[in-house]
Design a protein around this ligand. Structure first.
Ligand SMILES: [Zn+2]
Length: 53
């Protein structure tokens, strides 16, 4: 049986605040993940907005 604590620890591991683009740790990564679905930091999000691929 999966304990609630185990699920929380797994989620915390995924939400390690490390940007997928620049591999920098930043608190905005989790915020952007929730808002945009992309695991990127604020600066990468801005650069993606200015230069969309
Ligand atoms: Zn970044």
């Amino acid at each position: 049986m999966i304990k609630k604590k185990d699920i929380l620890e797994k989620n915390l591991k995924e939400l390690d605040e490390v940007c997928d683009e620049c591999k920098q740790k930043h608190e905005s990564v989790t915020h952007n993940l929730i808002l945009t679905g992309f695991k990127i930091c604020y600066s990468c999000r801005v650069s993606k907005t200015i230069f969309p691929i």
